[in-house]
Write a new protein. Structure first.
Length: 175
């Protein structure tokens, strides 16, 4: 008599062809709809219900040239984090995208009267160093720290640009 394993291999699987056809049709439909949206530009040029987006505001992303390494208040733990700022021009004050970028340029002989990068770095470093390890260990704490950085920079340092968002480009590392 035949081996049960051989018998199981001989029995054809039913319904697989229909499933493959249905999946193929679904994928083709999604591809056609995506192509139509891209080709027709549905939604392009419209302002969001939340206001203008980063591109419409003239936002620029500025990654700080070096990571921050600071001692936390406990005197034991060190924090290392990379910071990127999303900055928009303060158009209500008459400043444009180039004005906002000038405040964050690397300091050199030609722009010493325009750039605020050293003050920006100092302010960020002071906020980072003033927060506890417990604050750094939670998402809520990290979001509060980001808000503090943006508020400090917007109120005390930047005139031509406004920090819309603070991004930790690398996860904070506590050692």
């Amino acid at each position: 008599m035949g081996d049960p394993v051989e018998a199981a291999e001989v029995v054809p699987k039913r319904g697989m062809g229909k499933i493959l056809i249905i999946v193929g049709i679904g994928m083709a439909l999604v591809a056609v709809m995506t192509g139509a949206f891209l080709y027709l530009g549905v939604g392009a040029g419209r302002e969001s219900e939340y206001g203008p987006g980063p591109a419409e505001r003239g936002d620029t992303f500025m990654t700080m040239p070096q990571d921050f390494t600071v001692m936390l208040p406990d005197g034991v733990n060190m924090l290392t984090v990379a910071v990127t700022l999303q900055v928009s021009p303060r158009s209500e004050r008459g400043y444009g995208e180039q004005d906002a970028k000038e405040e964050l340029e690397t300091l050199n002989e030609d722009n010493a009267d325009k750039t605020k990068l050293p003050l920006v770095r100092e302010t960020i470093g002071m906020v980072l160093a003033s927060r506890t390890k417990q604050e750094w260990l939670t998402a809520i704490g990290q979001n509060q720290i980001k808000t503090m950085i943006a508020n400090e920079l917007n109120s005390k340092v930047l005139r031509k640009g406004k920090v819309e968002q603070v991004i930790f480009s690398t996860p904070p590392l506590i050692q």
